[in-house]
Design a protein around this ligand. Structure first.
Ligand SMILES: [Fe+2]
Length: 368
């Protein structure tokens, strides 16, 4: 038996500003709080938003992989404003920062650390619109935000069923100038979300169907990414990211993400690389428990074996970016310690095959 829930309204738009104008007309918000990167504040669309939003504030002090301290600052700066509508325009770090501020607002709390234990909302929730500007995070369709505790070298997930965005707007024009490296890293993150949903203890037929769709779209469009990528390719990869997000929104991630956190925390390996670099050894380990799903992936991608499948992916990536651990400054002697740090609760335990430290060490050696 299974349940699949995802309450986010999905909109594909030619102009995200027009959709926000529509939402605005329906709900008459008095105050709007926009989260975006600093560089995006000069985008023409921000001027258009300001023209019809009566009382609008912009928060642009966004940290990449937001730390506890940057999120705490975001909460304290914005908690008095009490917006009716929160709009997050950006990648996962922007959307996750907005999520943390929103949860602090509806729980009436000023301390980020107080938000981790589950609690009821005590105030009305601001309406929440998420507009992704990358094709990887899936944060626009999930209920959690990733929080990095740099001091203690840990990564947390702040999760609350109340904290799904109300609406996600997909506007491919926002992705037109995405740098090639960001585009590849984002796509690999989405690919990892899709596989992690398939080899997950919380899987269900709905999440599986979204995961297949994401893998198929990525397989046929990843090679099309280059400096001046065709908008049609970006559109397909944005869809893939959405499908992967819908898949793992109900399963959460598993071993590949669990192993990725120390790689990102200690060696600054970009998230999408860190969480996809181990996919092939994990495919080899997990396939014995999900043979039907692997057959489906091979059929969709017209590949004869997972080795052939991965060779194609690896070729498409390593042509453009480093895709082995030693290329990111990791020494072989560090792998043992990395294997010890790879066990994040509620991530590693979701993996369909139980893994121990020696298994993870073998996985890391395989991609060294
Ligand atoms: Fe991810």
């Amino acid at each position: 038996m299974w349940t699949y829930i995802n309450p986010v309204r999905l909109i594909s738009a030619e102009d995200y500003v027009q959709e926000i104008e529509r939402i605005n007309k329906d709900s008459f918000p008095a105050k709007t709080l926009i989260f975006c990167y600093k560089w995006f504040t000069s985008d023409a669309s921000i001027g258009k938003l300001r023209s019809f939003l009566p009382d609008c504030r912009i928060y642009d002090d966004i940290e990449e992989n937001p730390s506890l301290s940057s999120l705490q600052k975001a909460v304290l700066v914005n908690v008095e404003y009490q917006p009716d509508h929160i709009i997050a325009i950006g990648g996962g770090s922007v959307i996750d920062t907005a999520k943390v501020v929103r949860i602090a607002l509806y729980r009436n709390s000023r301390n980020v650390l107080d938000l981790f234990p589950p609690a009821k909302k005590v105030r009305n929730k601001p309406y929440f619109t998420a507009v992704p500007t990358t094709h990887g995070t899936g944060s626009e369709v999930t209920m959690w935000a990733t929080v990095w505790d740099n001091e203690n070298r840990k990564k947390y997930s702040l999760s609350d069923p109340e904290n799904y965005p109300d609406t996600a707007i997909y506007d491919v024009a926002l992705l037109q100038s995405l740098p090639l490296s960001v585009a590849i890293i984002s796509t690999l993150d989405a690919l990892s979300h899709a596989f992690e949903a398939l080899w997950n203890k919380n899987d269900n037929p709905v999440s599986d169907s979204y995961a297949y769709k994401a893998i198929e779209l990525i397989f046929y469009n990843l090679a099309g990414l280059h400096e001046n990528t065709d908008i049609g390719i970006r559109e397909k990869l944005l869809l893939a990211s959405m499908y992967a997000g819908l898949a793992f929104s109900n399963t959460r991630t598993a071993a590949a993400h669990s192993i990725s956190y120390p790689l990102s925390m200690l060696y600054n390996i970009p998230h999408g690389i860190a969480c996809s670099i181990t996919l092939y050894p994990l495919l080899r380990i997990n396939q014995v428990r999900i043979p039907g799903k692997i057959a489906q992936v091979l059929q969709l991608t017209k590949m004869k074996s997972i080795a052939a499948f991965w060779e194609k992916i690896n070729h498409m990536v390593s042509d453009k970016m480093p895709f082995q651990l030693q290329e990111y400054g990791i020494r072989e002697a560090d792998l043992n310690r990395l294997a010890e740090l790879s066990f994040t609760r509620e991530r590693m335990d979701n993996n369909i095959v139980e893994l121990d430290k020696d298994d993870v060490l073998r996985i890391l050696k395989a991609v060294y």
